[in-house]
Design a protein around this ligand. Sequence first.
Ligand code: BJW
Length: 234
Amino acid sequence: MKPESEGKIVILTGAGVSRESGLNTFRDADGIWSQVRIEDVATPEAFARDPEGVQAFYNARRKSLQDPAVEPNPAHLALAELEREWSGEVLLVTQNIDDLHERAGSRNLIHMHGELFKARCEQCGAVHEWRDDLEVTSQCPACGGSGGLRPHVVWFGEMPFEMDRIMSELESCDLFLSVGTSGSVYPAAGFVQEVRMAGRGHTVELNLEPSEGIDLFEEHHHGPASDVVPAYVR
Ligand code: BJW
C-alpha cells in the first residue's frame, strides 16, 4: 500500500464486497434490479403507493441477512484488520445496508445508505434496532404511533447520511480505496472526483471488473473482493 503509515485512509464499499458472503449485488446480471424494479421498491413514492410491497421486499432481505450461512468474507476481515493495525485513521464508508463490516470488526464506519437492521419512525424521527419483519401496522417504541415505521435506508431522491463528514474526510485523505461498487449511483460515484480535485489522496479501485469511473482512478486491481482486497491491504 502506498501512503505513509500515519496517513488517513477512506474506503468506500459497495455490494460487490458482500457478494461472496451470499448477498446479491444490484446491477450484475443476476442482481436485485434484474428481479424487481427500482421504481417499485426503492423510492419514497413507491413506499407511499405500496407500503406492504416495499416492506415485504426489505423483510425478505432482512431475513436473508440472518441466514447463518451469510458471514463476513476475507475482504470484510481484511478491511477490519487494516483499521486495527494502521497507525493512522481508517474510515470505512459503506453503501451497503448489511452489517457484515461490523461483524468482521470494523468500528469507524458510516452507513451512508442506511442499515437493514434499523427502522425509522416517520412521525417522530426515532431510529430503532429492528430484526423482525416490519409491518404497515408496526408501532413505534418511542412515540407509540402506528403506521409510520419504515426501513432506515436511503432511497433514490433522498439524501444519504453524514455527507458533510464524508466530504471533509475525502478532501483530507491520503488514500481513497473504492471496493466492489459499480460507480453508477451518486453521490458515492463522485467521491473519486472529490479526492482528485482536492489533489492529495492516491485513488485505487478494487473491483471484479472495471467500474464506470475507472479512468478516474490512478491504480486498479480487478478480481473477486476476497482475493484482491486482502492482497492489496496486507
Ligand atoms: C464484485 C464482486 C465480487 C460483483 N468482488 N466485486 C442523474 C445524474 C446524476 C445523479 C442522478 C441523476 N438522476 C438522479 C440522480 C441521483 C441518484 C442517482 O445516482 N441516480 C443514478 C441511477 C444516476 N442518487 C440519489 O438519488 C441519491 N441521493 C441523492 O443524490 O441526494 C441528493 C444529493 C446531492 C448532492 C450531494 C448529496 C446528495 C440516493 C441514492 C440511494 C441509493 N439507494 C440504493 C438502495 C439502498 C437501500 C437498499 O439496499 O435497498 O443503494 S440503490 C443501490 O445502489 C444501493 C447501493 O448502495 C447503490 C450502489 O450500488 P453498488 O453497491 O455499486 O452495487 P452494484 O450492483 O451497482 O455494483 C456492484 C459491483 O460489484 C459491480 O461493479 C460488480 O462488478 C462488482 N462485483 N461481484 C468484487 N465478488
